[in-house]
Design a protein around this ligand. Structure first.
Ligand SMILES: O=P(O)(O)OC[C@H]1O[C@H](O[C@H]2O[C@H](CO)[C@@H](O)[C@H](O)[C@H]2O)[C@H](O)[C@@H](O)[C@@H]1O
Length: 393
């Protein structure tokens, strides 16, 4: 089966990715799409705040402050209709949200549609960590995964090749997830361990041999290895330049570093942004991206979560096949690279975890981590039933 679209994909130029480019996908996936969204281009801009801040300084004039403000919407007490979480409601108009859902249908409600596409295929599951498997909390060190979620992910991995792709360091995310049956990609995919141990070529320039926690020999894929000393240096500098800003927190994720401002007074956000921006002037080979109330400092290399998905699929022997359906679930801007990779290759589905309407390259949505768990459980139950029918259980 031809996995390429029948015409040049408009995806890159399309400002309304979720509705328009649904039309550009391969027919096997298209058959599963039930509706096109009536949303108009630019309906959900990345930022709600005013664009021009008067050009007072770099951070304001280059839009960095806007992005910082928009990076996680303010919470509000009202509960969204049908929401499965007590805290998953935000300061957004509910009608607007429901309209948005027409372009990004709930993966729970569209479950039949999804498994219809999956029934003759091998699902490969890719999961983000923060905001997807664990709810967003104030302290990044306390972003624990619930036991029911862990049990669910373990079951998912029993039936489908499953990888976690996180902005955290590989070690940190493993410490939080604690499941040996998964593949792990840390530092936004710049540190991958997994199927590679058996199939990754050690001759690849970015592969290195190492040992895991149990002393077992493994192969790591680390395309930003040369940046290790630079990130260490930058981590120390970031601690230094934020030490007088109450609530700021800096994390070292080995191939990238994070500066959190979730617990910083909003009137200090510009200051943080400005200092990070100034520091980066000394590091032209680094750049900053925005996560949820976090600035992420990372190497300027052509690598991201989307490339990591492609790499893992290849390492798993799952590329150039028409019987594979990758599904990526994530909540953050950095997950958009993975959604985009799947959308552009017409290979599989991105599912955005969000309680607010925002433009995305995902196909479907889930409101919160509870809905993620429900979706994963449905997949496992469906797969078990399939295997039972085919006499495997
Ligand atoms: O790719 P991810 O696994 O989603 O990691 C992205 C960032 O996640 C963490 O920060 C976010 O979650 C924290 C805990 O809920 C929250 O306090 C913070 O505001 C969020 O930005 C992690 O600490 C970052 O280093 C990751 O880059």
């Amino acid at each position: 089966m031809d996995l390429k679209p029948s015409h040049a994909s408009p995806i890159l130029n399309d400002p309304v990715p979720a509705n328009k480019s649904r039309l550009g996908i391969h027919s096997s996936l298209l058959a599963c799409s039930q509706q096109d969204s009536p949303l108009s281009p630019g309906k959900y801009p990345k930022s709600n705040s005013k664009k021009s801040m008067g050009g007072l300084d770099d951070v304001r004039s280059n839009g960095m402050l806007d992005a910082m403000k928009a990076s996680s919407p303010p919470r509000k007490k009202s509960i969204l209709k049908g929401s499965s979480a007590q805290v998953a409601s935000f300061d957004y108009d509910i009608e607007d949200y429901n309209l948005w859902m027409q372009g990004y249908p709930s993966a729970l409600e569209a479950f039949e549609e999804i498994i219809d596409c999956a029934k003759d295929k091998k699902i490969a599951m890719f999961l983000d960590y923060d905001g997807t498997l664990s709810p967003i909390v104030e302290d990044p060190d306390c972003a624990f995964m619930s036991e029911p979620m862990r049990k669910t992910v373990r079951r998912v991995a029993k039936y489908f090749p499953t990888a976690i792709i996180s902005g955290r360091s590989r070690d940190k995310v493993f410490d939080l997830v604690k499941l040996t049956e998964l593949y792990y990609a840390g530092s936004h995919g710049m540190d991958i361990i997994g199927p590679g141990s058996d199939t990754m070529s050690i001759n690849h320039p970015n592969c290195v041999k190492s040992t895991d926690h149990q002393g077992k020999e493994i192969t790591l894929f680390q395309p930003a290895r040369e940046f290790l000393p630079m990130i260490d240096e930058v981590f120390k500098t970031l601690i230094d330049i934020t030490k007088d800003i109450e609530g700021a927190k800096v994390e070292n994720h080995k191939f990238c570093a994070s500066v959190h401002y979730r617990n910083v007074e909003e009137n200090k956000w510009t200051l943080i942004g400005q200092r990070v921006h100034d520091m980066l002037k000394n590091y032209p080979r680094l750049r900053s991206t925005h996560g949820r109330k976090v600035l992420e400092i990372r190497p300027v290399i052509d690598w991201n979560k989307g490339k990591a998905v492609e790499f893992l699929l290849e390492s798993l022997g799952l590329t150039d096949r028409n019987d594979v359906l990758p599904i990526y679930i994530g909540d953050d801007k950095t997950d958009e690279d993975a959604f985009k990779a799947l959308r552009e290759s017409n290979l599989g589905y991105g599912i955005l975890v969000s309680s607010v309407g925002k433009e995305s390259n995902a196909f479907y949505s889930l409101r919160d981590t509870n809905e993620v768990m429900k979706f994963l459980q449905l997949l496992v139950n469906w797969k078990r039933e399939q295997e039972r029918k085919h006499g495997k259980e």
